[in-house]
Design a protein around this ligand. Structure first.
Ligand code: GLY
Length: 555
């Protein structure tokens, strides 16, 4: 007995000391090892999580140009440990001042294929540079000269491109070949460079240096701005200096909700992420999902996704331009009404709501990183240039690859965008409006654990984060969230899309017998980056999606 007590004492002592050993540490998970290292380098120089976020965002602009960049935008969800303050930095792109709702239609009113996705006209006014400056000035401890330095080094010295980079170049090759400045930087003899080829981006390094020196003015006015505007206008785009002058960061209150004891904090509009997530989780909140068989569980989760994505299509847009009934959509009583429309024995056809059905490719664009520093500050950030390598257009002399985020607007009511998403007037194009996003940087917290997570993946971002939250609620950590085989329903197309292994043969048959259409994806999608802190043991766990080439570390 005495021995047993001694053993318990020793075990507790050892686990306490193990726990203590991570007390002074930080955790970062990002989509590229060099971006993760950049974040740690800045922490080691005395920066906080927000400084590290500047460094990681800028580094990703250089080393993962397919996903995000200075020519794009994003959402940074922040938690400040000293006072518990939480906010979302909205660095989403805006429609140019002379944009209009018919700009991607021909004279007959039909959508001109590719115009909202390829080339200079498809680019919104970038928000990422302004967001980096805002994040640094308002929340950081170090100057931009320090936090942008790792990215500048990567751009100047170059880095070896990975397989994912090459695959995405191939995917967008035809567009990248059309623009000389793009081809000069990213292609070799107008083709995909060899494995591990060195990519140097000297113009981009200079643009980063201008931002480090002059802050927002370094990008939105002066030499860089002149080059951006000349280049865009020459290529048929509509940017003016006034567009750049008027770009502003907005801080927004994150969307919050609860699911079976888990507190969720996620992106506010103009990202649909928070609203759709909370609405779907509210619908699911009374089902005993953990104890249900696979068919019932996946049926109910798909039905919740269907309803929440339906409301996305019809209600959601930029709240600076349209009234959105956010409080109603995230109210548990509203969800209770929707839950009553779900039959346990039958799928509800999406045609009962409206729309048609078709499917589009996507899921490899955008990027995400998650950080918790030693003080407990947190950043969950999802950044994008929309499609892989954005519009494929580099503004000559800047090294800046422009986004094609205009495709996230509704070019024509009822017509699908590149992700097969439909929408209505709430998300139609208007000058200076921010296009609706699905990016869902998220915090999750229960009594003992804090999670930071997110992923790229276009319209599937929200369902990926939803599945990860359900997994967290069942007690699992980041290694499990990032590996989960994924399935998805987005109302239109009316089918459950799934990765190999996400549905068993029995589940496929069972779901079909309930009336669901199911379709296996040819590829695995998403690139989730997760960090978890255990408040009780003061330990971290981290994971980077095995589908990508990222790195998650604790140091
Ligand atoms: N461009 C992808 C998104 O914002 O949802």
């Amino acid at each position: 007995m005495k021995n047993l007590k001694f053993l318990i004492f020793i075990t507790l002592l050892v686990s306490f000391q193990l726990a203590k050993s991570e007390d002074n540490k930080a955790a970062i998970a990002s989509a590229h090892p060099l971006a993760t290292y950049a974040g740690f380098e800045i922490l080691s120089q005395g920066g906080n999580a927000f400084d590290a976020a500047v460094a990681v965002s800028a580094a990703l602009s250089v080393v993962e140009p397919a996903g995000s960049g200075l020519g794009g935008g994003g959402f940074w969800l922040l938690h400040r440990a000293s006072d518990g303050f939480q906010t979302m930095i909205d660095g989403r792109e805006k429609a140019p001042l002379s944009a209009n709702k018919n700009m991607f239609l021909d004279q007959q009113g039909n959508v001109i294929k590719g115009l909202s996705k390829d080339g200079a006209l498809s680019a919104g006014i970038p928000g990422l540079p302004a967001a980096l400056v805002h994040l640094s000035d308002k929340y950081g401890k170090l100057p931009l000269e320090i936090t942008l330095q790792p990215a500048i080094n990567y751009a100047e010295q170059g880095f070896s491109i990975g397989e994912r980079h090459r695959k995405l170049l191939k995917f967008r090759l035809a567009i990248l070949q059309q623009n000389k400045s793009t081809a000069r930087i990213f292609l070799s003899n107008n083709n995909v460079p060899k494995e591990k080829a060195l990519l140097k981006q000297l113009d981009l390094a200079n643009t980063l240096k201008q931002i480090a020196k002059d802050g927002k003015k370094g990008f939105y006015s002066g030499k860089v701005a002149d080059l951006l505007i000349n280049s865009v206008q020459k290529a048929g785009g509509i940017w003016t200096q006034k567009d750049l002058d008027q770009y502003k960061i907005i801080e927004r209150e994150p969307v919050k909700g609860q699911y079976q004891g888990v507190k969720i904090t996620s992106a506010a509009l103009p990202s649909s992420g928070g609203v759709v997530l909370i609405e779907a989780l509210n619908i699911l909140s009374t089902y005993p999902l953990k104890t249900l068989d696979g068919i019932s569980r996946k049926h109910l989760i798909s039905e919740a996704m269907r309803r929440a994505y339906h409301d996305r299509a019809y209600y959601l847009g930029d709240t600076d331009f349209v009234d959105v009934p956010v409080q109603r959509l995230i109210n548990p009583d509203y969800a209770a009404g929707l839950r009553m429309t779900i039959r346990q024995d039958k799928a509800t056809p999406s045609s009962f709501f409206a729309g048609n059905s078709q499917e589009k490719k996507g899921g490899h664009d955008t990027t995400h990183f998650s950080i918790i520093d030693k003080e407990g500050n947190r950043v969950s950030a999802t950044l994008s240039v929309n499609f892989p390598f954005g519009s494929g257009f580099v503004a000559e002399g800047t090294g800046v690859l422009l986004n094609d985020e205009m495709d996230d607007f509704v070019s024509k009511t009822g017509e699908m965008n590149g992700y097969g998403l439909v929408g209505g007037l709430a998300n139609s194009i208007e000058p200076e409006k921010r296009m609706l996003s699905s990016m869902s940087p998220t915090f999750i917290e229960d009594e003992t654990r804090i999670g930071v997570l997110g992923t790229p993946g276009g319209s599937r971002i929200i369902s990926m984060v939803l599945l990860a939250i359900l997994d967290f609620a069942e007690g699992n950590g980041p290694e499990s969230w990032v590996e989960l085989p994924r399935y998805h329903h987005q109302y239109i197309p009316d089918l459950i899309q799934y990765e190999k292994g996400a549905l068993t043969n029995d589940e496929i048959e069972g779901l079909q017998s309930l009336g669901h259409k199911v379709k296996e994806k040819k590829y695995r999608y998403g690139n989730m980056q997760g960090v978890l802190y255990n408040k009780k043991f003061k330990t971290f766990s981290v994971a980077s999606d095995p589908r990508g080439e990222g790195r998650a570390l604790i140091r």
